[in-house]
Design a protein around this ligand. Sequence first.
Ligand code: IFG
Length: 528
Amino acid sequence: MNYDKKIMRKILGIASLVLVAAAVIIACRHEVPEQNMAEKCLIPLPGTITPQEGAFMLKKKTVIAVDKDNEQLLALGHYLAGLLKPATGIEFKVKTTSRLTPGGDIRLTLTNDDPDLGKEGYELSVTRRRIHIKANTPAGIFYGVQTLRQLLPPAIEKKTVQEGPWLVPAGTITDAPLYSYRGFMLDVSRHFFPPDDVKKIIDEMALFKLNRLHLHLSDDQGWRIEIKSWPKLTEVGGSTEVGGDKGGYYTQEQYKDLVAYAASRYITIIPEIDMPGHTNAALASYAELNCDGKARDLYTGTNVGFSTLCTKKEVVYKFLDDVIGEISAMTPGPWFHIGGDESHVTPMEEYIPFINRAQEIVARHGKQVIGWDEISNATPQPNTIVQFWARADNAKRAVGKGARVIMSPANKAYLDMQYDSTTTLGLHWAGYVGVDSAYIWDPATLVPGIGREQVVGVESPLWTETITNMKDLEYMVFPRLAGHAEIGWSEPARRDWNDYKVRLGNFAPRFEAMGINFYHSPLVPWKE
Ligand code: IFG
């Protein structure tokens, strides 16, 4: 072979290598589209976001590493692996190791050297080689995981394997909540929602770092929790609902399972037994709870304020002691909600001693009282929390008596309020609550005389007179609950509707990937 041919062959060989290399680089570059952590749509808005160059790519050999054999950390590692597996198709290993793994790892670390992070804060740092979530508590790690989830493409939420690449933009997020009480209330009395529905709601709450689930377990139309010492409460009181369908109830085993499921998402369940009003289901179950000794008929309508326990009979306080005792024994959370709203047929001179006595019974069972703002007419116990829903004078009276406040203003936070006049579900006695007005308010300044030091947080009640299934529930709850979650978590100075509505609009693919039937409000620029 002559010399020229040899040189030509060499040149062609090198040229083809260069072409292949270029193709690979272009392909990778294609695979690593420009990523900027600060441009991701995160809700609630984190404290600080410092973007850096590059991205971490989830790979088959990526390991989820925890520093030490902490049971909750390992459980969090498996929770994260469970979140990532369906869409990536990757079974991420969860290991206790301090060594960096070659494929890069996602490291979960409990520290106690960062007081600024408090009880629920976290630091999330991402480089090409490692994702590191640090927190003082497992709850903080859990919230860092929720932010990591939101940094991944929305398709990560899908339940079937999707095209990658699975990139997490590099940078650092330091974050901690403003309020410790960030809640959602589900009224399972007007219409009953079975345990699996409640678990779906718990998972949806977790994505937005909500940490309190208030279950409105009894009302005029239904009693929804088994009480072994008063079985007819569910046999009779749980047998129907608004509209006359069959109702239902949670057995004590199912309730305990819901409490545990919520706890695994760092959500505390708060049971409510409404009293002395909103009690027709109990009054229909046991004649002796009525002053005239006659059991009431079951009620399937939607009026309020027509019922009352007989506050003059001792058997009623035995009833309360048994009910509050059995439920408290199954509730690890510190609170018991005694309701106290709309007791329109209970004379105030009877209502006040009744509420004071109910508080004593709750305290005897080791729980702290929460009640709707009318209970401020009585004497709130030192750690009683009053839930503001309608009358500012009640809330101000409560604060004047030393109580703290959960802000649930009906015209901002009630998720059964129609969005606008076109909404076919829900009510509008407190007005229409659009996605914007649900977001544009500050719990610490809404009611003069109630400041940040008196506000423990926010809660978004969904009353279910008109809501009978998960699709309708999600339509009313989302997207407004996402905005309430941001109000509970992020500094008001950093919250701005024009910025938030863009982030919310970008959430559409994630809502869709999660199968959430959200309302496409015309006020939001929804991403297709
Ligand atoms: N007010 C009643 C609820 C429910 C609601 C519907 C409270 C505290 C109206 N009490 O809100 O039972 O009927 O929007």
